[in-house]
Ligand binder design. Structure first.
Ligand code: 13P
Ligand code: SF4
Length: 305
């Protein structure tokens, strides 16, 4: 409505005033994706943050994303519209277990999904995202891999890289882990021609019935190039916005209980405007932690080239 247009105008004005740019993940609400300067998956967003000319980054996503942007761009101001937007999975590993595994196995690479705290990144050897995990694990010289925090992405990567030995951790994304298999099967019965597109954070049973498995960007790229006209999408429902935008002639279905990440949905236009105006909710990180966790992100960017 009119109020929304007013807020959008104000955001544009304040963006210029503060020399700011808006980054958004595909899971945030459509009205945020509409006004974002850059939208993408976790890998794209971590790459694009490097080399932006603007001084301030407003990061519409969860805390590990803003933190990663700050780690890679220490001189920039990174603002989070809502500091409480956090990824549950990012905390599902611990330094003591990493240490134990390092003692137990010689020649172990600790591979850290970017969905993790800076503290976990610091104790790891390299970061990955769902878009580059297979490529990076293959490129590592180590035969044994301890993959944290996500057990589902770990299992998927392990299947793709059978020449390596995996040690698994017990983390998961609550949104993907609780995807309803029965509902997906029901959707397939209702739309037998539809292809099933799945994020690798999903459990094995969901992956097993899928036609494509990949990151949010991977899913979006696959849907655009497929000759199929309808799809059942097994990831967070925010991707619908870009899928429908790119493919007005195609149909996208979700499980009846639509997967929603409540943290991603905390981002609103009002909160974006507020941080632009006040400079509140800035991401801070100590220089030691930044340097040590930064090594793992930089190694990711290097190996994913
Ligand atoms: P990607 O966008 O990298 O596929 O990540 C999915 C996700 O869960 C981000 O929180
Ligand atoms: Fe974390 Fe899952 Fe939300 Fe992504 S969808 S931010 S992995 S809780």
């Amino acid at each position: 409505g009119e109020d929304r247009m007013k807020i959008v105008e104000e955001i544009k004005k304040w963006k210029q005033k503060k020399n700011a740019v808006i980054l958004a993940h595909y899971y945030v609400n459509p009205e945020i994706q509409e006004i974002a300067d850059y939208i993408g998956d976790s890998f794209y967003l971590s790459k694009v943050a490097v080399g932006l000319k603007e001084q301030t980054i407003v990061f519409c996503g969860v805390s590990f994303m803003g933190e990663s942007a700050k780690i890679l761009n220490p001189k920039k101001t990174v603002l989070m519209p809502d500091l409480t937007a956090d990824c549950a999975m990012a905390h599902m590993a611990d330094a003591e277990t990493i240490q134990k595994m390092r003692e137990k196995y010689e020649d172990l690479a600790v591979v850290c999904y970017i969905n993790s705290t800076a503290e976990l990144k610091r104790h790891s050897d390299v970061c990955v995202t769902s878009a580059n995990a297979v490529q990076i694990v293959k490129a590592l010289p180590n035969k044994r891999i301890f993959f944290i925090p996500d057990k589902n992405l770990a299992r998927y990567v392990a299947e793709q890289v059978p020449e390596k030995e995996f040690v698994f951790n017990n983390g998961y994304c609550p949104v993907h882990e609780h995807m309803q298999l029965e509902e997906i099967k029901k959707a397939k019965e209702q739309h037998p021609q539809a292809e099933i597109l799945t994020h690798p954070e999903c459990p094995e049973a969901v992956c097993a019935i899928s036609d494509y498995i990949g990151s949010t960007s991977g899913i979006i790229a696959y849907a655009a190039k497929s000759s199929c006209k309808e799809f059942i999408v097994c990831t967070e429902n925010g991707v619908r916005y870009e899928l429908e935008k790119q493919n007005p002639d195609k149909k996208f279905y979700f499980a009846e209980t639509e997967p929603v990440c409540p943290d991603m949905k905390l981002i609103t236009l009002e909160k974006i405007l507020h941080v632009l105006q006040t400079g509140e909710n800035e991401v801070h990180i100590t220089e030691d932690l930044r340097k040590e966790s930064g090594k793992t992100l930089e190694r990711m960017l290097e190996l994913a080239k």
